[in-house]
Design a protein. Structure first.
Length: 175
């Protein structure tokens, strides 16, 4: 567990604010999916949790880059997390921008489906080569000299590796 005295270590209040903002983006997607939360075992809670985690990336990137400024930030995983959350943020903007206000109309909106589908495809096609270049270098004889990763770097790397889940959640949300 990272010590608060270490640069970039630990979870701050502003990180919590970014997480709450990411959950607001996730609620926009889940609210207009047309299926209400039915109980603690409902699958919508899993979708909401995944979307909250993913959507937090761009907000956390901005908070840490411009306000808290930890040493050595941003790392590859932090950038990939921001990239993975960007399609969800942009698609939520499209979904909020519907003038009719009808949540069922938003689910099959071509602008929403196009924004989310193309965004997820681009985020995957951009993120995976960077991850592969970092960890699958041919002929690399020395380990990476960078310092140990932070919690946000590890989550960003995990979300990039879990791109099939990301795409599946996107397909579920697009209908």
């Amino acid at each position: 567990m990272a010590d608060r005295a270490e640069p970039g270590g630990g979870f701050t209040v502003l990180d919590g604010v970014a997480l709450v903002t990411g959950s607001a983006v996730a609620s926009v997607h889940v609210r207009s999916s047309g299926r209400p939360f039915e109980g603690p075992g409902d699958w919508a809670w899993c979708l909401f949790s995944w979307l909250t985690l993913t959507s937090t990336g761009p907000f956390l990137f901005l908070v840490r880059r411009f306000f808290t400024k930890p040493a050595g930030y941003p790392r590859l995983g932090d950038r990939l997390w921001a990239l993975a959350g960007l399609p969800w943020l942009l698609a939520a903007m499209v979904r909020i921008g519907d003038p009719s206000g009808d949540p069922s109309h938003d689910r099959f909106d071509p602008a929403y489906v196009g924004c989310l589908g193309i965004g997820l495809a681009l985020a995957t096609l951009i993120g995976l080569p960077f991850l592969a270049a970092r960890y699958f270098r041919v002929g690399a004889v020395q380990p990476d000299p960078s310092p140990p990763t932070t919690w946000s770097d590890r989550i960003g790397l995990f979300l990039t590796v879990a791109w099939p889940i990301q795409c599946a959640v996107g397909l579920v949300m697009m209908g």
